[in-house]
Design a protein around this ligand. Sequence first.
Ligand SMILES: O=C(O)CCC(=O)C(=O)O
Ligand SMILES: [Fe+2]
Length: 315
Amino acid sequence: MNIGSETQVKLPVIEFSIEELEANVAEWELVKSQVHKALVDYGCFEAVFDKVPLDLRKATFLEVEEMFDLPLLTKQRVVSSRPYHGYGGYGGHGQIFESMGIEDVDVHHKVETLIKVLWPQGKPSFSKNLQFLVEQVSRLDQIIRKMMLESLGVEKYLEEHMKSTNYLGRFIKYEGPQTTEAKVGILDHTDKNILTTLCQNQIDGLEVQAKSGEWIKCKLSTSNSFVVVTGDTLYAWTNGRVHAPVHRVMISGNETRFTIGLFTVPKAGLIIKAPNELVTEDHPLLFKPFVQSEFMNFVRSSEGINNTLKDYCGV
Ligand SMILES: O=C(O)CCC(=O)C(=O)O
Ligand SMILES: [Fe+2]
């Protein structure tokens, strides 16, 4: 849309708050075409999804805040050798975030175990709220992935694809730098997983780079909104049909941004290989088959965070 001489790109907004979406063929097809276009053009969109009541969302964020307010030594009890899992303090490279990752966040007893590490006496309301939120957001993630496979004509792989993934949950805190000048929360990066669904408190800060190079500041249009981002693994699996956008978080002012991210990741050891149907003369194979966790190790062991899948296994 042209506003005077300035062009302002906005992320597509897609409405998922539709009763019985999966049973309503006309609505399903309509939303599916919007999802397809958004993933191809931006690799990202705002999803409006009203299945998480606002008071539950608010309560969960207060509990996430309480978690980050625990003593450092308590948070550091949550350890993992895997990147993005467990507790991580300030991110390096000047990034001002603190994060906590939970593997298999959709598996209740695993979440309970983590909660007991943080609060030995338990935290029933947090585990209940988190379970509900993850159930709903993972439904949204599955709807989106189903639409995407159907729209690419590869729905015959749907069951295999759905069975091949796990969910990593990640809480992130960005403390406002107390200045009007924006500071880097998280540096420019692409997600390395399949699909990411982000739920934020009211404080904006996410920016997504359009294919034109322009940065889009995500100003969510409803309190029921989530941001959906495609990762490198989906880009590879679809042989480049969907875009995986570079994005970052910029933070200013004195309010704290909290994000709850649901990251769909391939199961350990799974080989990612584009289906034959998506490799054609017009779309030659982009990447050799690879294991995502090994790609993550490559990214982690090399300098900087901008090493790409192309460097790792590009054809
Ligand atoms: O906080 C956000 O909205 C973005 C987080 C992010 O990009 C990530 O964790 O990969
Ligand atoms: Fe990201």
